[in-house]
Design a protein around this ligand. Sequence first.
Ligand code: GCV
Length: 710
Amino acid sequence: MSHVKALKAQKVFLYSLNSFVLLVLFCGCVKADDGYRLWLRYEPLPARSRSRIKTISVQGQSATFDVIRSELSQGCSGLLGRTIEVGNRDDASVVVGLPQTSTLVRNLKWDAELKRLGPEGFRIRTVRNVIVIASTTDIGALYGAFYFLRLLQTEQPLDHLQIDQRPALKLRLLNHWDNLDGSIERGYAGKSLWMNTDNDRRLIDYARANASIGINGSVLNNVNANSEFLTAKYLQKFAAIADVFRPYGIRVYLSPRFSAPIELGRLPTADPLDPAVIEWWKQKADEIYKLIPDFGGFLVKANSEGQPGPRTYNRTHADGANMLAAALAPHHGIVMWRAFVYDLKPGYDRAGAAYEELQPFDGKFAPNVLLQVKNGPIDFQPREPFHPLFGAMPRTQLMPELQITQEYLGFDNHFVFLATMWREFLDSDTYARGRGSTVSRVVDGSLYRQRLTGIAGVANTGTDRNWTGYDLLQANWYAFGRLAWNPNASAQQIATEWTRMTLTHDVRAVTTIVGLMLGSHEAVVNYMTPLGLHHLFWGGHHYGPAPWWDTEKRDDWNPVYYHKADAFGIGFDRTKTGSNTVSQYRPEVARQFGRIDTCPEKYLLWFHHVPWNFMLRSGDALWDELALHYQSGVDWVRSTRATWATLSGVIDPERHAAISKKLAIQERDAVWWRDACLLYFQSFSKEPLPPGVEHAAKPLSEYKAKALDW
Ligand code: GCV
């Protein structure tokens, strides 16, 4: 070997050795992580909080008890850094059981309390030195086991546990907008988890993640439904999925196409009052229940955005929903009828359409029907006031639909923790029965003694290795489940739990990350649609800004319809001088929103057309304030990037780098949003940018020429 070659070889060897040493050192603190394990990572806890748990006893026999055994064994062994035995002796450190399966639990005489906690509730108590997890059902025990693991994961003291838990809502469902071809409408994290693959491991891990946060149902296909989903081929596929989900307490639901009797049954009509149609649905329900005995029911989008429905036959929404409900009722199935309907006359205010069309049917829906209502009256905008149907239908079971996937919030590129937005919605006061009639009280049934309660979230999951396309957005799946279980949970608590379970146990880092999470929604609203602006999105895909957009065939698909900017001012007048849809709210709310001086500024341009020089509470004119909001959104992203960079030692390098990359995209996009919107609105206001607001790098024509790329 020549001298030069030898030197080169030595260099390569030393370089590799260095890298190896560095790698080993680094792995000692934070191992690489691809995000697949979500919040169920079960990495060893810091020494300060390794509990003294030695053995675990799971007392019961069923597929669900097997899941409990495997989860507790895997979870505790991983977290405590040593093998924890799982058996069924009474002298274990942790005992899980039901009165009917465990002598220890039976002897505690908790029957009355456990009964009060209901079939999905559980009790966790430290009794002498034993931690007891008890329920009346094995699914309740599974929820208790996951709750216990969360206590460990978040380093809670275990010595005096006194926990009684029951879910506030009965139906806690994910809606999957999955298509036959395996694509997902508004999905940004890969393909459908079930249409492309028969990967059982993936399905099991999906079910585990859901069960760990109390989600108990999945609607498997898109509400823009294809009739083929109801054919034997697909029903068999769904039956196999239901078998995988069953031990985890997850039921499957489907979205049927209303015109299926025509397409599959070859009937001349899908009229819900036609006897042949009624019979067809009855037989279809029987067929489904033969394959899936615990099938949950149907979620229906009808007469909306081109979908067929009862109004096609001059029947009402109630006629359609009740006909399907009658087919499912003998099997205890339910119908969730979507209130996302806005196919009304031209020249109307879309925000008022669902109320106009559905409120008159209050009290007309069958007992196994729920009306599924989006949180706001338009369509999952970055911020909307609550939907006026909440509180307005005392004799109808309402369930909210939230969007976890970020159709209007930067897809899987923008970091937005949605729990704060959902809190704002749930805490909104409808005044339906006086002050304190919050949306969450409408939803949990306490305001109107609603029997069936529920909530749905449009899922952000897909086949991407990390499930959601962006590690930080796993937090929204988690938050949805936690709020579905307890609609009064605080966003801060949820963010803290998630961060500790998913990212790090470093106390300072947790505080920092939680701070970022809690500020993220307001920041995105600021750089996209501040002060009540809405629907400024590029047509079709809804990624970047296009406030100038006016080419869609329906007025209400065009941003210009929503912001109505002109030389005078900006905003949609929904007061008496405009569409007056503010009157759909109770008088107390309508008065507050309807007056320009009392309307919360976050909803100002939602309800009012406001002059550019109107003085806001800050003392700034509307134009200046608008510009400053856009700038502050950009500033937040920049400072978040800088803060994130400081966390490189406490988050594993793989996820740290992936998140850094996403934040860089978010900064680019926030700047683009600010510049495109301000340049366009400036063409009406004719005002200069106030000090502190940066000038756009390009002319407006360039923002108009090409969509922001994702
Ligand atoms: C599933 C919006 C979305 C559509 C979605 C629809 C709905 O319009 O853009 O993709 O369709 O809402 O919720 O039905």
